[in-house]
Write a protein that binds this ligand. Sequence first.
Ligand code: ATP
Ligand code: ZN
Ligand code: MG
Length: 504
Amino acid sequence: MQPRFTLSADLQCSREPSGEAVAALERAVAEANDTLFVKGVPKGVPREEVGRITSWSVGGTTLHLVLESGGYTRAHDALFRFRKHLAGVLGKHQVGIREILVTRFAVVLTGDVPDSAIPRLPFIRSVERRSGTVTLDLAVSAADLEHRIPDRILNLVEEKIQAREYGGKTEHWELVYESGPKERVYQGNPTEEMEARHWIRHGASRGQWIYGPQAVQLFRAFQSIVEERILGPLGFSEMVFPKVDTWDVLSRSGHAKGVYPEIYYVCTPKTRDPAFWEDVSDHFKVTGEVPVDLVREKVDGPIGALCYAQCPSFWPFVQGRTLAQGTLPVRIFDRSGTSHRYESGGIHGIERVDEFHRIELVWLGTAAQTGEMAEQLHQVYRGVFEEVLELEWRSARVTPWFMAQEGMVGACGCETVGTTDYEAFLPYSGTWLEFQNVSVNGDKYPKGFNVKIQSGEPCWSGCSGIGLERWTAAFLAQKGFDPARWPEGVASRVGELKEIFRFL
Ligand code: ATP
Ligand code: ZN
Ligand code: MG
């Protein structure tokens, strides 16, 4: 996809340039085309690929410019370079540049650009197709050009073309380790059996369960295994992360790029004045129904989302700061609350729910420290699944589509950026279930939240999400419901199952 840019702009001058000033202008244009715009362009790039002023004229106090370029010193970059240069040149003749009016900005794309790859944004005034080319006529101000809006639009087009090739949210999957088959002692669906035994019951909200004492005994057993075998030995300390993620957090974490179909939105009241809400209260008191439409009129926001990925809301703790050398790698975890995802039709048993419980590990340090920590985690996890839970499991390297798109794979010539999924076999369905992951996220979060380390090396981070529902589903699906047949390390931690509820 080769872009060509054409930009027409009117530069408003503080007064009409004199004959001498116009002569200086002429020299400035020639100099810009010959040297200023070519600066930094690699040798061998054809001249027509590089920005140049193709026409100019002065009418009264206005300087009309037309700039054209290919991919190098793009027309808009050339414009701002020229303005800076011009300020000095015209300043000598007591002429200032007041403002820039963009009268036309067109991008011509060559190659296969399907309609679906062109974003629907107010910046795109019209799209015109001729044989083999697409011309985007952009409605952009000088400020938009300074914010590199055209470049971002082109990146987006590129991303959409690639996303089509990925076919949605698919991941590239590559097996790392497989435990091999284990003895099959149970074939049932654990959610159904937990329900029948009154260990769990549907909550009032979609994809939500109320966990009874027995289910929580299992959760706590798993947590204590995680504490003893993973968090303790590897030196992770507990924190409490917020569970409402603002748009600022989601913007910096990158989730704002595409998380919208899967989040629970958070709203706040327009005011906490009871009088403002009295009609809502009264409506409920009289009808017994909450007037949802009326409520909708009285709330602000959404201000963000309920916790989705768990680690983003930690980052403001270190935002804008430099981590002291002796503290690295920083190792922390959070298990203080729920995560929420709108899984839509995908909801399934306790395996795929809208409200779930997860222990989230986060670590920060140099690239080497971050990769090393991921390796150590892989080792201790393997020990837990082999020796304690005795699961039939496997691990696989997956490349999330967004990372592939952002070119993060293999960044820094380093192979370690990416995610490893851990999956368990579910005998009742014959399928594999992802029950946790380990991700090395490179400098994505430190960059987004402006976090540095003392040595000046790039700061990297990683995270690992241990899903308690998924551990429970995997364990029960393989080991069944008879604690006598459970691995000792689990059975002893669960203890005797509590029968608190009996129903008539
Ligand atoms: P899946 O592909 O199964 O939807 P994911 O890739 O969306 O999983 P991640 O975003 O990697 O999951 O989240 C990390 C961990 O959080 C998962 O390994 C899993 O343990 C847990 N998790 C994610 N979504 C859910 C859910 N809807 N219900 C229960 N646990 C979940
Ligand atoms: Zn995370
Ligand atoms: Mg998912």
